[in-house]
Design a protein around this ligand. Structure first.
Ligand code: 5RP
Length: 218
């Protein structure tokens, strides 16, 4: 199977977790795009979706799934999203698609976070993938200097403005042996909107596509 075929296979398995009358949180990216298309086949079942990006909102609108305002929703039954890396504690690096802030809000609101990945995203220690951090534009240089103090190598993601009108720094070389500690530390830097470490709120379930099956990590 190609990587894209694995992404499609894992999103079809995720569909089994969608039950009648649920409000479904929707992530962002190529894996989730497969999930959105799959969700279209049972759209009468769901009460509505909550979306983590303008891109996913457009795709949901195109197939006729109602997109609800997060402010009008108390409970999100499940949140389905992918990741750039996931470890065996179900902690993740996310934000390769620059949608990390809304992804973190929706995953925090969700009763159950189902992470859908192909096996290339599974790692022992997070950090091979550069850590995306969403930053207020005027704080870009200050935050970069603070990240260097943490021994990171930040790089400004040129030409990318997030849905929240902020910028992204991608950071290499950070020590991620203790992801919760690092997430708290980066959260405390003034000007950081969201760090793409999802350790304080990990996934509840990870579905991992291999070339011949989909494994479940609970
Ligand atoms: C977007 C994300 C995505 O989940 C992550 O980048 C994986 O994307 P893809 O499914 O395209 O491999 O965090 O901000």
């Amino acid at each position: 199977m190609t990587q894209d075929e694995m992404k499609k296979a894992v999103s079809l398995v995720a569909l089994n977790y969608v039950k009648s009358d649920m409000i479904v949180g929707i992530g962002t990216g190529s894996t989730v795009t497969h999930f959105i298309h799959a969700l279209g086949s049972i759209k009468e079942l769901v009460k509505g979706a909550v979306s983590s990006s303008e891109d996913s909102t457009r795709k949901l609108n195109n197939i006729g799934i109602p997109v609800l305002d997060t402010n009008e929703v108390d409970i999100i039954d499940i949140y389905v999203d992918s990741a750039d890396e996931v470890n065996h504690h179900k902690q993740m690096i996310k934000g390769g698609g620059a949608a990390l802030t809304r992804e973190k809000v929706i995953s925090s609101m969700a009763k159950k976070f189902i992470c859908i990945v192909d096996h290339t995203k599974k790692v022992n220690i997070l950090g091979q993938f550069p850590l995306p951090i969403e930053v207020i534009p005027m704080a870009r240089s200050y935050v970069a200097r603070e990240l260097v103090k943490l021994r990171g190598l930040p790089e400004y993601r040129q030409g990318v403005i997030t849905d929240n009108a902020n910028i992204i720094l991608d950071v290499r070389h950070l020590n991620m042996a203790h992801p919760i500690h690092l997430e708290n530390k980066i959260n405390a830097i003034a000007g950081v909107v969201t760090v793409g470490l999802f350790a304080l709120r990990p996934a509840d379930l990870v579905l991992i596509a291999t070339s011949n099956t989909v494994e479940i990590m609970e």
